[in-house]
Design a protein around this ligand. Structure first.
Ligand code: ZN
Length: 146
């Protein structure tokens, strides 16, 4: 199997942000007594993501991830945990829909996307889209949003 290149030539600033999350992932770990605990993998690239989260009053109060795989998948998971912490499930769904739409080439809501804009370049590399959405797939599955 041919592995896809790990560092597509995105805009330098964005690429730096992706690599920064990859090297120094945020919210890395496994929560004790989580309300949700979900794992998924992307067989094309070998990426794995496990998410644990604690849900309080309909919102994500804590979330951590463990994973391995390419920079895109791990950076996306790290950014996801940053962004969804504190959000209610409706807002998580909205964010997820906008993110997926961006990866399919749609025009993103930049204020909503914030750091996630750095992954917009992935839309030009169809084989990598699964890498970028893996953490989101895992979260939606865990929350029963899909
Ligand atoms: Zn990947």
């Amino acid at each position: 199997m041919v592995m896809p290149p790990d560092e597509p030539k995105f805009d330098d600033l964005y690429k730096e942000l992706i690599l920064d999350h990859y090297r120094y992932p945020h919210n890395r770990g496994v929560l004790e007594k989580p309300d949700v605990d979900m794992q998924q993998h992307n067989p094309v690239c070998g990426d794995k993501i496990r998410l644990t989260a604690i849900i309080k009053d309909g919102a994500i109060s804590q979330i951590e991830f463990l994973g391995q795989g390419c920079a895109i998948s791990q950076a996306s998971a790290s950014m996801l945990t940053d962004r969804v912490k504190g959000l209610n499930l409706g807002d998580v769904d909205k964010l997820s829909i906008n993110f997926r739409d961006m990866l399919k080439g749609g025009k993103p809501d930049e204020q909503l996307m914030q750091d996630l804009m750095s992954l917009q370049g992935v839309s030009k590399y169809p084989i990598r889209i699964k890498c970028a959405v893996l953490a989101w797939d895992t979260l939606q599955e865990a929350l029963g949003l899909k």
